[in-house]
Design a protein around this ligand. Structure first.
Ligand SMILES: NC(=O)c1ccc[n+]([C@@H]2O[C@H](COP(=O)([O-])OP(=O)(O)OC[C@H]3O[C@@H](n4cnc5c(N)ncnc54)[C@H](O)[C@@H]3O)[C@@H](O)[C@H]2O)c1
Length: 337
């Protein structure tokens, strides 16, 4: 029986308690939160759950093997260090922390400790994203040319990180996963429209190897909730839409016939190759549950098989370069290799 604790019982922490509690071989023993009202809510929602007001108390009291950290991003680094020092395995919410220095230190400590440190880049466990990766890996799209992502909604608005760290962290993790690569350069612009220094809206352009371009638009100041990625390849194009009622993946057998000249619009139209649009069946599972299952399975092997601390460090490097670029009005900034 794996004894687990969850640190942070705000909006997201309860989802971890629910998912881990539903897995065989796991007991969620307790939660820690700095707010009394959240501890009361935890005790009401989950029978028999112990509660405490600090992560240290949780770690010291309940003989845990692992913790989930679901506190605000700016608090992650010291809590991860405390958990690793106590010999615990860690699943930490994304982004792993808020500086490259901390992320590098955490990755090194994870290596030395022999403990599993997984970063909760939950879209890596989304079946639609898995399908898209499979389409790319099996060459169904041909050569990938570019990716675009849109992740917008009205809130939830954070006050410790900007919209890029909160939202684009998902898309960067997805793109790094899809392409199995890191961008070499980022150019980003953003604005804080809500009377705060943090950007509520950001547009990032990432340059991946082999000339693959990627664009990410994130906003928590938008009337419509969108979770969408388009991947354009030389053979086919795919749209992943996490909110589509038809299915998350649409494959467009469309392209452009290269090498032919055209003289007028009619001629030009013939260059566009219009084929079928396919919506494959994608079996769905709650991604957070799939992530929880993988974490528990990694505990028995002792190593993190996906989204480890180094993967999390890669995302933090891109976000840091994006911040630097935004501060310089969009100047392209190299991403630390
Ligand atoms: N993977 C996803 O899709 C997803 C979705 C939402 C949030 N998140 C991530 O989860 C984390 C938490 O987000 P949230 O929306 O739940 O935030 P939240 O502000 O709603 O909740 C955070 C909770 O942590 C508590 N807390 C703060 N510092 C603490 C400390 N030192 N010790 C104990 N408790 C502490 C707060 O009292 C609060 O209840 C963030 O890193 C966020 O990026 C991920």
């Amino acid at each position: 029986m794996v004894r687990m604790g969850v640190i942070g019982f705000g909006e997201w922490g309860p989802n971890h308690v629910r998912n881990f509690s539903s897995l065989p071989g796991v007991k969620v023993v307790g939660v820690a939160d700095a707010r009394q009202e959240r501890l009361q809510a935890a005790a009401q929602q989950f029978e028999g759950l112990h509660t405490c007001s600090s992560h240290r108390e949780l770690i010291d009291t309940f003989e845990l093997q692992a913790v989930v950290i679901a506190t605000p991003t700016s608090t992650h680094a010291p809590i991860i260090r405390d958990a690793l020092d106590a010999g615990l395995h860690v699943l930490c919410e994304k982004p792993v922390c808020s500086t490259v220095e901390d992320a590098r230190d955490i990755a090194a400590r994870a290596d030395e400790s022999g403990r599993v440190v997984m970063v909760g880049h939950v879209f890596l466990f989304n079946s639609g994203i898995r399908k898209l990766r499979n389409l790319i890996e099996t060459n169904e799209l041909g050569t990938v040319r570019y990716l675009t992502a849109r992740r917008t909604n009205l809130g939830p608005i954070r006050d410790d990180v900007n919209a890029a760290w909160d939202l684009a962290s998902h898309d960067i993790s997805i793109m790094n996963f899809l392409l199995n690569a890191h961008p070499a350069q980022v150019s980003a612009v953003g604005q804080g429209y809500l009377d705060r220094p943090l950007q509520d809206v950001a547009f990032l352009t990432l340059t991946y190897p082999d000339g693959i371009l990627a664009n990410v638009h994130v906003s928590w100041l938008d009337p419509v909730k969108v979770r969408e990625i388009t991947a354009v390849g030389t053979a086919k194009m795919v749209v992943w839409n996490d909110l589509s009622s038809l299915g998350p993946i649409q494959i467009f057998d469309k392209g452009v016939v290269l090498g032919r000249r055209y003289s007028d619009f009619g001629d030009f139209q013939l260059l566009a190759r219009q084929g079928d649009v396919t919506i494959p069946h994608v079996p769905m599972e709650e991604p957070l549950r799939a992530q929880a299952r993988q974490f528990v399975s990694d505990l028995s092997s002792g190593s993190c098989s996906i989204s480890d601390a180094r993967f999390g460090l890669g995302v933090v490097k891109v976000l840091t370069a994006a911040d630097e670029s935004m501060a310089q009005g969009g100047r392209p900034v190299p991403v630390e290799p």
